[in-house]
Ligand binder design. Structure first.
Ligand code: NDP
Length: 445
């Protein structure tokens, strides 16, 4: 049994039932074999055992009172996974599906993603099984304040800097920041994704979606093609999906479908993004509404069918495991050429295998392709520390440079170990090499 296999077996035994964490660890560790084989000193230093065990895991109770006076209790999580190259950094997710396994899978991925940005940020993730859907503003505020009443002890501008994720947008970050400031009496860059009036960065809102498309564009450019007139599927209709769609359209591509957790809309004339923004960002409504407002558009209940629509480019931007093996096969059979992941782990292991085995399909994995969000968060941290603001053009230009650099880094890492074009390996290896070097330098900690 190889060192990697032994670590994976132990990890599954010691973390029973954490299926998302097992999935992420398996995907990552198996691709690191070439690096591990080249560095026998890593096994002696139990590097992988330490890499897959969070430095600190914080679990807490979040009690709150609803508008009718009823008391509710949710679970709160913050996993401070790895601080070898910088303060823990990673989002907070509020969604009923959140559990320790989900937070650990996201945290583990985050370590490598943050390393890939080239910026000094470690990996962490947190959240709660709280469901913000259908809650009043007051209820959201009450929940966020209660969540921060515990979290504030564990975070700090140089320690751990959370941000938004699913269910945590500008409103929630505002309430969380307000409570932190009140408890600590300091106005610092302890959360990113803040509003522009209190330390946020321009382009942060657009960053993950734009960054995804910048990387895709670079991958296409290297093959002598562009997004012009390409047919594109974008799943989701949240923050990542909306701004991925916007950038695709700016570069001449045609997005023909988007979805939410209830179903998808197909618009053969090309999605009218202003309508999606109105429904999702302003009214906080359902994507179903789109078909009532735009003629020619069709709504279908259930999300899986979105992947049966013929396209050149697929951008999964909703949630984990949204493309399974069957959906991946449908995409390939219909001629997909590029799959770039905006969401975290949207493709199952089966789906990734299908994409990688298909001839002519370029697969850009989440931890590289959606790193634009956290990279811009790190730019927000830099602006906060320096007490200054950069213009939208400055931030956008830096974001683009970062995404282009990540593409070439993962491309080179894949080539270096003899796996040209395998960006899953390239991303894991390039991200891991830097973290491993830092961990080795720090001794056994
Ligand atoms: P949002 O909450 O803004 O949007 C999520 C979207 O996905 C919504 O349209 C939601 O629909 C939809 N969705 C959720 N679950 C499902 C499902 N089971 N099937 C189909 N659609 C679903 O989140 P973000 O856009 O911020 O995040 C999307 C993904 O991108 C996540 O995986 C997140 O971790 C990842 N990510 C986000 C970053 C960011 O900067 N925001 C950075 C890097 C990664 P509904 O409205 O019905 O819930």
């Amino acid at each position: 049994m190889s060192y990697v296999e032994k670590v994976l077996n132990d990890l599954k035994e010691r973390n029973p039932g954490e299926k998302e964490f097992h999935q992420a660890a398996t995907e990552i560790l198996l691709t690191l074999e070439p690096v591990i084989n080249a560095h026998p000193e890593y096994e002696k230093a139990a590097l992988l055992e330490r890499f897959t065990e969070p430095e600190r895991t914080i679990l807490f109770r979040v009690p709150w009172v609803d508008d009718n006076g009823a008391v509710h209790v949710n679970k709160g999580y913050r996993v401070q996974f790895n601080s070898a190259i910088g303060p823990y950094k990673g989002g907070l997710r509020f969604h009923p599906s959140v559990n320790l396994s989900v937070i650990k899978f996201l945290g583990l991925e985050q370590i490598l993603k943050n390393s890939l940005t080239g910026l000094p940020i470690g990996g962490g993730k947190g959240g709660s099984d709280f469901d913000p859907k259908g809650k009043s503003d007051r209820e959201i505020m009450a929940f966020c304040q209660s969540f921060m009443n515990e979290l504030y002890r564990h975070i700090g501008a140089d320690t751990d800097v959370p941000a938004g994720d699913i269910g945590v947008g500008a409103r929630e970050v505002g309430y969380l920041f307000g409570q932190y400031k009140r408890l600590r009496d300091e106005h610092v860059g302890v959360l990113t994704g803040r509003g522009l009036s209190y330390g946020g960065s321009l382009i942060r809102k657009e960053a993950t979606g734009y960054g995804l498309v910048y990387m895709l564009d670079e991958a296409m450019k290297m093959r002598g093609v562009s997004l012009k007139n390409k047919t594109v599927l974008v799943s989701g209709s949240g923050n990542v999906a909306i701004y991925a769609c916007e950038k695709v359209q700016q570069l001449g591509g045609k997005v023909v479908a988007m979805c939410d957790s209830n179903g998808y809309v197909y618009d053969p004339n090309g999605i009218d993004l202003a309508v999606v923004k109105q429904i999702k960002e302003v009214e906080r409504g359902r994507i179903k509404e789109y078909a009532n407002r735009v003629s020619g558009a069709v709504y279908t209940e259930g999300c899986k069918g979105i992947w049966t629509i013929p396209c050149d480019v697929a951008l999964p931007c909703a949630t984990q495991n949204e493309i399974d093996g069957e959906s991946a096969k449908a995409l390939v059979a219909n001629g997909v050429e590029y799959v770039a992941e905006g969401a975290n782990m949207p493709s199952t292991l089966d789906a990734i295998d299908t994409f990688q085995k298909a001839t002519g399909v370029i697969f850009l994995p989440a931890k590289a392709a959606n790193a634009g969000g956290v990279a811009t968060s790190a730019l927000e941290m830099a602006q906060s520390s320096g007490r200054l603001y950069w213009s939208a053009e400055e931030v956008d230009a830096k974001l683009k440079t970062i995404m282009v650099n990540i593409y070439h880094n993962i491309d080179n890492a894949a080539k270096k170990y003899g796996f040209e074009g395998n960006y899953v390996m390239g991303a894991n290896i390039a991200g891991f090499e830097k973290v491993a070097e830092a961990m080795m330098a720090h001794g056994i900690v």
